[in-house]
Structure formats: structure tokens, C-alpha cells
Design a protein around this ligand. Structure first.
Ligand SMILES: [Mn+2]
Length: 356
């Protein structure tokens, strides 16, 4: 039997912190489109059950039309049973749930559902329920899938949004389907089973880098095989460009380009500039940012460079430039701020005004 495990779809995310308004709107639709595409994939693959391990919706104020559309898409996949465990983000009111969607009750106990020789159990415990891991009752002779949402911890004590792995060992779990962490991650739970975070379906912010998708499980004779399926429409990439060897802006431009050369133009990039940069390079962040934004769907530049400069060189320099550098250096501003001000001041003194 085939079962699909996804989580952290975050439908209805606002996304305006990382994207322009128009892109955010487009990307919001893309989150829904990928979810819809995933359901069609499940139908093509003759998947019997789809597990949604929490955070299907982003927030309490997700529009009712978003919630309704997601449910109607699930309803149309008649042959599939959806197991929906709500996560810490799923606070939007849920109504008109289709017959093929099983929702774990909020603050409730484990609920069990049988599909041939497989048992799926979900639990959405109340905040102060510390004993839910110990109330799990699986039959050792069946193939058992448990579904939870939260951060795994190496303790035996259950806390809010924390899953105590040790308390779940020896409970005949074959596959612990998890949601909450946005990156695919899997490891052994005990002698018998494994735990797995499917990760999110699409990277949304500049911190959600890497390949995103879901997990496809196949159960056969008491054994579970599982495979991560990359599925995101766009990927967020994180790259580091070391500028230590660059002597001018043209070399900086090339160093950045070399690091993003293999990234598809429809993807998103977070570029971190590293290394020590000479004052004479005239580094222009606006120019670099414009270059990246023109090349990719979305881009953000993080300037983690530091200025290679010896204040002693300016001790006897009584020009406007030297005086300016000395004044900034002796202020109590943080070092990174001083660098930015000096770079900006040098650009203005050279008549650049931020443009090349
Ligand atoms: Mn979560």
C-alpha cells in the first residue's frame, strides 16, 4: 500500500516579509497549486492515504476561502483518505470537512484508523498532557504509523510542541510521521521503527533553503520503504561569496555571479558576502542587489564582509576623507555600522551616490 506523508504546507502565508506584494500574491497561489499538484501525484501513484502532519494552514486569519479550497481539493480525490493532524499554526476555524478527511481532535487522545494491515494513529494533545506518549496502543503484529507535530527532544517528558522520542521507543511504531521542522530529516527511532520529518512543500522565507517536497511510503508484508520526493515549484538557495581576493567592483560582480551561475532563474537566492574587503573596491550593494533581483525570482543580499583597513593609515590624512574616517572610527557605533558608514561616505565623496 502506498501512503504519502507531507507537512508544513502553510497555505495562506502572507509572505510579504520576503517578497514584493505582487510576488507574494503569486507565491501564495503557488503554495496552493503545489498542494493541489501533490494530490494529483497521489492519485496517479494510487496512494491510499495522505498524512498531513500539521501546519496545513499558516495562521488563525487565513481566509475561509483558502481553507475551503484545500478541503474541496481533498474531497475531489475520492479514493484517498486524508489524515489531518493540526499543528501549532493551524488555528483557522475548520468547518465543512469532507467525508474522506479524518481530523485529529484538538487537545484529545490518540485516534486510530485501519487500512488493511496498516494502523494510522494521530494525537493532538492538550498543552499540559505529559502522558500522551504512554497512552499509545499499537498491535505489534500490524504495520504502525504514528503522526505527531512538534520538535523532537531527547527526553521522556512531553511538553508543549515537544515530542519526547525516548517515550515513544518500544511501542511498535514502524514509521513516526512528523511535522514542524521544515527540512526533510529521518533517523532510527528504535530497533523497529524510524521517525521522519517530511519538511515543507515549498520554501517560503530566505531561511528555508534546500530541496523541499514530501515522503512516499510503501508498505509490504510488514515492512515500510520510504523515499523523499522533491516537489517544490521553486527552490530557495543559499550561497556564500568570498570577496577577499577582489580588488574592484567588477571582480566583486564576477565573484557573486560565479556563485549563482548554476541556479535556475525561476528560483530564489540568499547571497551572503563574506571575507575582508578593501576600502578601494568601492563595493556597491545596491548594484549587486539589483543584479540578483533581475536574474532570479527573488533575491536577498546579506553583507557579512568586514573592511580591511588600518586606521593608522588615516591618522595623518587631513583631507575630508581622512577626517571623516577618523570621526567614524572614534565613535561608539558597532564595528559593522562603522564599516557601512565609511563605505557609504567614500561613495558619496567620490560622487557615486549609490550608482555605478
Ligand atoms: Mn509547526
Amino acid at each position: 500500500m502506498k501512503i504519502l506523508h507531507c507537512a508544513d504546507v502553510h497555505l495562506g502565508s502572507v509572505l510579504e516579509a520576503s517578497l514584493t506584494q505582487a510576488r507574494a500574491k503569486e507565491r501564495r497561489n503557488e503554495l496552493m497549486l503545489t498542494f493541489s499538484e501533490m494530490i494529483r501525484f497521489a492519485e496517479r501513484e494510487k496512494v491510499q492515504a495522505v498524512i498531513i502532519a500539521g501546519d496545513l494552514f499558516d495562521a488563525k486569519d487565513v481566509p475561509p476561502r483558502t481553507v475551503d479550497h484545500a478541503f474541496r481539493l481533498m474531497e475531489m480525490a475520492e479514493g484517498i483518505t486524508f489524515f489531518y493532524l493540526r499543528g501549532n499554526h493551524d488555528e483557522a476555524p475548520v468547518s465543512d470537512v469532507p467525508a474522506n478527511v479524518v481530523v485529529a481532535p484538538r487537545g484529545g487522545d490518540w485516534i486510530y484508523y485501519s487500512l488493511d494491515d496498516v494502523t494510522v494513529a494521530m494525537c493532538d494533545p492538550s498543552e499540559n498532557d505529559n502522558s500522551y506518549p504512554y497512552r499509545l496502543k499499537f498491535d505489534r503484529d500490524r504495520t504502525n504509523i504514528a503522526v505527531l507535530h512538534g520538535q523532537i527532544v531527547q527526553s521522556v517528558q512531553a511538553e508543549k510542541d515537544r515530542i519526547p522520542l525516548r517515550a515513544l521507543r518500544g511501542q511498535y511504531i514502524d514509521y513516526l510521521a512528523l511535522g514542524h521542522l521544515h527540512t526533510y530529516q529521518t533517523d532510527q527511532l528504535d530497533d523497529r521503527g524510524i521517525y521522519c520529518y517530511s519538511g515543507c512543500l515549498e520554501g517560503r522565507g530566505f531561511d528555508e533553503c534546500g530541496t523541499k517536497g514530501f515522503v512516499l511510503l510503501e508498505t509490504r508484508g510488514g515492512k515500510i520503504e520510504y523515499e523523499f520526493i522533491p516537489f517544490a515549484k521553486r527552490t530557495m538557495h543559499e550561497v556564500h561569496a568570498d570577496l577577499s581576493q577582489c580588488e574592484n567592483m567588477a571582480q566583486i560582480e564576477h565573484a557573486v555571479l560565479n556563485n549563482v551561475a548554476r541556479i535556475p532563474k525561476d528560483d530564489m537566492v540568499a547571497v551572503h558576502l563574506d571575507g575582508a574587503v578593501d576600502l578601494g573596491t568601492g563595493m556597491n550593494l545596491t548594484y549587486l542587489e539589483q543584479m540578483l533581483k533581475g536574474r532570479f525570482y527573488a533575491a536577498r543580499l546579506y553583507d557579512d564582509t568586514h573592511l580591511r583597513m588600518d586606521p593608522a593609515d588615516y591618522a595623518q590624512d587631513f583631507s575630508l576623507r581622512g577626517t571623516f574616517i577618523r570621526e567614524v572610527m572614534k565613535s561608539d557605533l558597532p564595528e559593522t555600522e562603522k564599516q557601512k558608514i565609511i563605505m557609504c561616505g567614500m561613495d558619496i565623496l567620490a560622487g557615486g551616490e549609490g550608482a555605478l
